[in-house]
Design a protein around this ligand. Structure first.
Ligand code: HEC
Length: 140
């Protein structure tokens, strides 16, 4: 006779094996969970930035690709540049002078973006960039 504990073990191991089989690892690699901060950043990006910067962050459009920018620039610099790049140029900021002398068109100023807007915006920029590198298609 099978003792209840053995029956329990058989069921448990059986269930565990089956559930492992139903995981599709390809899908896991292609899905990175998005969250509220991502969605907020995405909305701001679509409204203010996507007309010039490529939304998948990995290609040049009429403006440079922004993927990886938070590793290249300091946060304070990024936030004030986004709010008014030309002002930084006028104040003699070295990187601003370099960027603006490269012959791109001029970037719009966004003085109304708050710190929390910019936190969300650059969170989206980097997360979207990671997703693009993994081949995750842009969500509709
Ligand atoms: C009208 C087009 C336009 C819009 C809209 C725009 N940008 Fe730009 N952006 C540019 C151009 C052109 C450059 C490169 C020349 C320069 O730095 O001015 C640039 C440069 C940048 C840089 C500097 C990159 C570096 O290598 O230092 C950052 C950061 C940036 N943009 C962020 C943003 C963000 C965030 C938004 C939306 C809030 C935005 N831009 C909206 C045109 C635009």
């Amino acid at each position: 006779m099978i003792r209840p504990i053995s029956l329990f073990l058989i069921l448990f191991v059986g269930y565990f094996t089956l559930s492992l089989k139903s995981i599709d690892y390809n899908t896991i690699n292609k899905t990175i969970k998005t969250d509220a901060l991502y969605t907020k950043g995405q909305n701001i990006f679509k409204r203010d930035c996507a007309s010039c910067h490529y939304i998948e962050m990995d290609k040049i459009a009429t403006a440079p690709a922004l993927g990886g920018i938070t590793k290249l620039r300091k946060k304070d610099w990024l936030y004030s540049y986004t709010r008014n790049s030309y002002k930084m140029f006028e104040q003699g900021d070295k990187i601003a002078k370099e960027n603006i002398s490269k012959g791109w068109g001029l970037m719009t100023a966004f003085p109304n973006l708050t710190n929390s807007d910019l936190d969300a915006l650059y969170y989206f920029v980097e997360k979207r960039y990671e997703m693009s590198k993994k081949g995750v298609p842009l969500e509709k």
